[in-house]
Design a protein around this ligand. Sequence first.
Ligand SMILES: Nc1nc2c(ncn2[C@@H]2O[C@H](COP(=O)(O)OP(=O)(O)OP(=O)(O)O)[C@@H](O)[C@H]2O)c(=O)[nH]1
Ligand SMILES: [Mg+2]
Length: 197
Amino acid sequence: MASRLSDGVYVRDTVQITPKLMVVGPFGVGKTTLIGAVSEIEPLRTEELMTQNGAATDDLSGVPDKRSTTVALDFGRLTLADDLVLYLFGTPGQQRFTHIWEDLSRGAYGALVLADSRYLDQSFEALSLVEKSALPYIVALNAFPDTPDYPEAELREALDLDPGTPLVTCDARDRQSAKTALVTLVKHLYAGHQESS
Ligand SMILES: Nc1nc2c(ncn2[C@@H]2O[C@H](COP(=O)(O)OP(=O)(O)OP(=O)(O)O)[C@@H](O)[C@H]2O)c(=O)[nH]1
Ligand SMILES: [Mg+2]
């Protein structure tokens, strides 16, 4: 059994809570990277190479080395405690895939909205999708090397965040940092659940 656990085939038999969580955000913000960094199973990826045909719509200014894009979903799994396993679903970031969101997010419990503070306006669409679907969420700013250090109050105002919505910074490539952002989301969901029960 131990070896199957490490294969990622089984979860521990103490697991009781398995929320489906969405990782959303604009094109190239780091959703696939974050799920790959934290997943304890081989993450499912649906990456396709980007071609010259997409040059007009795929804005690579923040991620000049990016070569592929998610066309359906990312999927990963993270055990946070003996009784708690997260199932992570990443969405495609390109606007032409927005219709996939409704199907993918069915049954989700909450969302991590990844944002890039160099291009905050690009996050508005993802924020409005989670708000429309009434999913509780937090915002995690994925820090890139040239990300300016804006005061939190300015970032909150620019994103029009409710005072109760957590705003954190993470490095989507770093397992511990990405995990900390997910823990913040889970605590936020738990606090909301406590309030409503
Ligand atoms: N410097 C830096 N680069 C990052 C970071 N996160 C992601 N990248 C790079 O930025 C690019 C975008 O990452 P992806 O994970 O593909 O982004 P995505 O949000 O899944 O993109 P789409 O699925 O196309 O919307 C990749 O080339 C990553 O290596 C980060 O935290 N810092
Ligand atoms: Mg992706």
